[in-house]
Design a protein around this ligand. Sequence first.
Ligand code: ADP
Ligand code: MG
Length: 439
Amino acid sequence: MNSATEHAADTPRIYSLKNVNRVFGKGKDELQVLCGVDLSLHEGEIVGMLGRSGSGKSTLLRIIAGLIQPSSGDVLYNGAPLNGPAEGVAMVFQTFALFPWLTVLENVEAGLQALQVERKESRRRALAAIDLIGLDGFENAYPRELSGGMRQRVGFARGLVVNPTLLLMDEPFSALDVLTAETLRTDLLDLWSGKQLPIKSILIVTHNIEEAVLMCDRILVLSSNPGRVVAEIKVPFAHPRNRLAPTFRQMVDDIYALMTDRRSADVKGIPELKMGSLLPQVSTNLMAGLIETLAAEPYNGHAGLPTVAERRLLEVDDLFPVAEMLEHLGFAELKGADITLTDAGKLFADYGTQERKTLFAEHLIRHVPLAARIHQVLLERSGHRAPRVRFEQELEDSMTEAFVEKTLESVVAWGRYAEIFSYDDHTETFSLDDVEGSM
Ligand code: ADP
Ligand code: MG
């Protein structure tokens, strides 16, 4: 079924975004997440959006769904400017946001609540969606009785029950195990190819290149910092696609190279961390592991990121945040698709455990303003303690609560490793207790 690709450009345009920008935060903490995004979605196509974590994919989906507004630019839905939540657009999320106290049937019906469909009709449509998506017989089960794959099917059914024009999917398979994810992808493609779905177009966000090449007619590649569309790739293969076909492999490799080439993927390079920057969830173990890998044979301090990813069996999405954090901390430099250890990075590799901690502590305080702030506040306070809320409040000026949570989690883990402060989960207090040499 190749027709979707060929006809896509000629079929009616469902969405068109022109020069869409989105900024979060204010003043010195301002962060431009999306920059000059142009895209269109046509009837009859599955479009993929590939980009690294933090590149603004979810933000873009929320703009398309009308849940948030762009800072500037135009969003046209069926030719008219979009104001508020878009009717006929359904969203499927990565984690199965199901109501635990409702049955499968009730969860699917919940998708219709906002539409005020009459009760009998609502039930009929929910049962049809359940049937379509292969949940027959599970109508009265509760989410806790279902496997991850079945729960995500409920998520799909809840999206489909509204008979959407456009289905938006935000990494819908990434929380599933490999086999379950593949089954769901295939089932969805079968329904789509067999024209059993009422949907006119699907936009699927993913950081998995193979998934995009397997499912999509067209792939948009989003860069990071800020997110812009840096490439558009037509996928000409007929369904069902063969992952092992040389042309398939070649396309995956080409996209991989494109995404790891920072000359095209990153316009500005890596911005310095600020007090209000969201800190990535990268463990010190992963950072140390990458430094060790790079320092050792055959790399001797210098390597191409795609090669490292391949050898370590990592997804681009897992490797990049680690590499970027090493750059932020001054342990490595990224240039093009290459990563090179700095002198500090080489020292780290040579050092033993305690020396590593000391070196890491120095770099953490120098390059991560939040870590420096916490350390400084603790030094200045009598008793050398400060409640978590002290920093939460400061961060909440520039970030939403969920981001504050993640950011503090990261800085706590790094600070503990570096032994620049400790943190008590029960009392939610930072302190210099048991911290040696820093007082
Ligand atoms: P992706 O889905 O590609 O991982 P997101 O769209 O979730 O990316 O986030 C892109 C960037 O925007 C991130 O740096 C994130 O910190 C920032 N961001 C997203 N939503 C908000 C928000 N509500 N407040 C502040 N920053 C945000
Ligand atoms: Mg996202």
